[in-house]
Design a protein around this ligand. Structure first.
Ligand SMILES: C[S@@+](CC[C@H](N)C(=O)[O-])C[C@H]1O[C@@H](n2cnc3c(N)ncnc32)[C@H](O)[C@@H]1O
Length: 591
């Protein structure tokens, strides 16, 4: 076997020990690998074969690779370009190489050309094009998932590199047309060699060019978009493409940030190329889950791309050896809007399985979240039959009035029409006193909530309202921060009554109260609004379960032992599913 080995101390070498397999020696110091090398050289000589060691001229490194790819049949794959022809012609003469062992390695699922390419070019050299090749175990898991989703007529690999995705996919889907999009003519040439050696030339096309400009003819039947879009930071992306991103995102109703990396461009380009019914599965760096410029990817996945599941691969799994990065695999089906998206974290590549998920988060929660990583982590230990509260209910903080002494009615507001006075929970203790159910609105204070349009009142009502507003102005309420940021400074804008009210800040665990008084609430309480219809029994059981089970440790504790639950934190509390709540044995255990 001819091996290309880079030993980067100061110099690089290509070492040929035909017919021995030298293994992956990579870029270690020559002293470290000398024992391996010398025994291989000895063995080669013992067999009467020739060992050749060549110091590699930087320009000549790819010579042997190009020769090999051409010898494997690269020219047979459709789309051969002038740039590749030039590479093939101008490649410095390399040693005469046998393709037999390379073919053998490819037939066994290996990617010797890709491996050699990675060894020949350092990570720094590959960085401007974002050329990081994907481990086979990840490709297999992504294909397992894709296979369960679709039988594609065509497979497109955006940024195909040496076509390791495409060749694996070609084996799974023996009738699919295979299209590699690759901007680098050398990588394209290797992709051709790989596809040809795998016997896929007649159904493959390598398009040398930019994926964003890929011209894909319309076909009947689904296309699978599969691959590892390049990770290139925005500093290396020119203004023309940055403008393309903004313009094209706008066409789809989204804003784009000029700080977006190239992988964001690839998601958008996929939204442009794909049609309903197509399926995609991409592995990328994970930053887009949380950073501002990743919002476009999040919006595309929740919109036109139709996310189905997201797998976060922790750095401990070392998805891209040596990079210490977190990777994320996104599976999507264009034109769908699933109610919930499967989320999963894996800390070991062996756990990827077939990319199945048993943890689902509602799309509304993903839509509302600025960062997705927290949603990939379970609030508490996951238990069979339990979900996060956010799956069942939205949690909203009560309205901030900006001046409770004015907006909670009293003598100063005497005479205001009843229609603007709303019985409201304005003190946490009102909920603690109520216990399980809040029945009686007459025990509550009233919050004044005037509509924006005051012309709806008759003359008499209007006179008392104006008097009240004049009074409020003398107290400077109209110029307060909150009032100035309302549609009309006088309109508090209470939320509709929440079916369940909860305290969220106390030196004791929160209490959850069924709100039969139809009380409104201000910002001393949170309101729980079920996303689906719950009947009275389920509602009470839920409130009762929450009051009995939520412990202080789930919120944030401040000095003095005060524990606070922000709405999003409250949504992370684990609760039984409605089915479990309806199980008498379970109910017995909690009441
Ligand atoms: C992360 S690598 C993935 C290679 C291969 N698909 C794999 O996973 O093993 C990304 C590839 O995209 C190519 N690339 C970079 N920019 C591109 C562009 N604008 N259009 C098409 N390909 C591009 C790079 O040359 C590189 O080969």
């Amino acid at each position: 076997m001819a091996c290309l080995i880079c030993l980067t101390d100061a110099i690089q070498y290509e070492i040929y020990c035909q017919p021995l397999e030298l293994g992956d020696i990579g870029t270690q110091s020559i002293n470290d690998v000398l024992p391996v090398l010398s025994s291989a050289i000895e063995e080669t000589l013992r067999r009467g074969c020739v060992v050749q060691v060549k110091q590699v001229d930087q320009r000549n490194r790819s010579g042997a690779l190009i020769d090999l790819a051409v010898a494997l049949g690269a020219r047979e794959v459709s789309g051969w370009t002038v740039a590749e022809e030039r590479l093939a012609r101008e490649a410095p003469p390399s040693l005469p190489l046998s393709t037999k062992d390379i073919r053998e390695a490819i037939s066994q699922g290996g990617d010797p050309l890709g491996e050699a390419y990675i060894r020949c070019f350092s990570a720094e050299e590959r960085r401007p094009k974002g050329a990081t090749y994907t481990p086979q175990s990840i490709i297999d898991a992504m294909l397992d998932w894709a296979e369960a989703e679709v039988t594609p007529i065509r497979i497109v690999d955006p940024g195909a590199g040496s076509a390791r995705f495409l060749v694996s996919a070609g084996r799974r889907f023996p009738n699919a047309e295979l299209i590699a999009s690759e901007v680098d003519p050398l990588a394209a040439l290797l992709a051709r060699g790989h596809l040809a050696a795998a016997g896929m030339s007649d159904r493959s096309r390598v398009v040398v060019g930019d994926y964003r400009q890929l011209d894909l003819p319309a076909i009947v039947g689904p296309t699978l978009y599969l691959g590892n879009p390049p990770y290139v930071r925005h500093h290396l992306i020119g203004p023309t493409w940055k403008n393309w991103l903004v313009r094209t995102a706008r066409k789809h109703g989204h804003d784009a940030s000029q700080l977006a990396g190239l992988h964001v461009h690839f998601f958008l380009a996929t939204a442009e190329h794909a049609k309903p019914g197509d399926v995609g599965v991409f592995i990328t760096a994970a930053e887009w889950l949380d950073v501002n410029y990743g919002r476009l990817v999040r919006e595309l996945l929740m919109g036109i791309l139709g996310a189905k599941n997201i797998h976060v691969i922790e750095p401990t799994a070392d998805p891209f050896p040596g990079t210490q990065s977190t990777a994320v695999i996104s599976g999507f089906r264009i034109g769908t809007a699933p109610e919930s998206i499967g989320l999963r974290r894996v800390s070991n590549l062996a756990d990827l399985g077939k990319l199945e998920t048993d943890w689902f988060v509602r799309r509304e929660r993903l839509d509302a979240a600025d960062r997705w990583t927290p949603l990939t982590r379970a609030g508490r230990e996951r238990r069979e039959g339990f979900v996060e509260l956010g799956e069942l209910c939205r949690v909203h903080r009560g309205q901030v009035t900006g001046a409770n002494n004015i907006w909670i009615s009293g003598e100063h507001s005497a005479g205001l029409p009843q229609s603007v006075l709303f019985p409201s929970v304005t003190r946490a203790r009102e909920l603690f006193v109520a216990g399980d159910v809040l029945f009686d609105p007459s025990l509550l204070r009233r919050v004044i909530d005037l509509p924006v349009d005051l012309d709806i009142f008759d003359e008499l009502e209007r006179r008392t309202i104006d008097k009240f507003l004049r009074y409020a102005k003398t107290k400077g309420v109209d110029s307060g921060f909150i009032a100035r940021h309302r549609k009309a400074w006088w309109s508090v804008g209470l939320r509709r009554p929440a079916p369940i009210l909860a305290t969220y800040m106390a030196r004791r665990p929160p209490i959850f109260v069924r709100n039969l008084a139809c009380a409104r609430h201000i910002n001393i309480a949170h309101g729980l609004y079920p996303r689906e219809r719950l009947d009275e029994r389920e509602m009470r059981l839920l409130a009762s379960y929450l009051s009995r089970s939520v412990c202080m440790s789930e919120g944030r504790t401040y000095a003095g032992g005060l524990t606070k639950f922000e709405p999003r934190e409250m949504e992370r509390i684990m609760i039984p599913t409605v089915a479990l709540l309806s199980d008498p044995a379970f109910v017995e255990s909690i009441v």
